[in-house]
Ligand binder design. Structure first.
Ligand code: SF4
Ligand code: SF4
Length: 119
């Protein structure tokens, strides 16, 4: 928790460290991995093996208000704008390139992106 420069690790109710993407995403800097005294954060574990983002129905675009903040922040270009009939758009996440960094979750002004467990 103390090592993370993004301050996204907190102690969960179960007494285990958890991640929150409400304010920032993971930059894959590796500081938590280097700080862990038991090597519990193995280099073979990737965030996307544990969780993936999904866009919820209250995305601004579903209400007819254009927004592409999540697409702008995604460093791997995983979020696409899909035109819909009537001139509105729908945001779609391509999960193959997604690293589950959580940057899109942090930036969404509508709190409309959820990180869901894939376990
Ligand atoms: S979680 Fe995935 S879709 Fe969201 S910003 Fe990171 S790589 Fe892009
Ligand atoms: S940032 Fe949030 S409101 Fe904006 S397009 Fe992405 S999911 Fe929708």
């Amino acid at each position: 928790m103390r090592a993370c420069p993004q301050n996204i690790i907190f102690m969960g109710d179960g007494g285990q460290p958890e991640l929150t993407f409400s304010e920032a995403g993971c930059t894959s800097c590796g500081e938590c991995q280097r700080a862990c005294p038991t090597s519990a954060l193995s280099g073979t574990i990737e965030l996307r093996d544990r969780m993936l983002p999904s866009i919820l129905d209250h995305c601004f675009n579903q209400q007819g208000v254009y927004c592409d903040s999540c697409r702008d922040v995604c460093e791997v270009d995983a979020i696409k704008v899909k035109p819909r009939l009537g001139g509105t758009v729908e945001m779609r996440i391509e999960l193959d390139p997604c690293t589950a960094c959580g940057q899109c979750v942090a930036v969404c002004p509508a709190d409309a992106i959820a990180m869901e467990s894939v376990l």
